[in-house]
Every structure is written in C-alpha cells, then in structure tokens.
Design a protein. Sequence first.
Length: 45
Amino acid sequence: MRAFAPTGNRAKAVAAYHDFRELLANEMGTDPEPETQALYLKILD
C-alpha cells in the first residue's frame, strides 16, 4: 500500500490491502495489525 498510494494509484493500494488481509486470514487465521488497518482507512479517505 505504501508503494502504490504515493503514486496516486489508490486502486492498487486498496487491492494490496485486500489481498494481504485474505492471505492473513487464510494462512494465519488473523487480521492485519491496527497500524495496517489505519493506513488502509487513510488511503480510502
């Protein structure tokens, strides 16, 4: 997300978050850390 957001590519940043979240859920049974979720929400803003 940090690579895509500064370049103005919000769509790829959001997609990266969703891919990461799905990977964590499927492989580790957990959610992203609060800091990662906060960055995602900031990108959506």
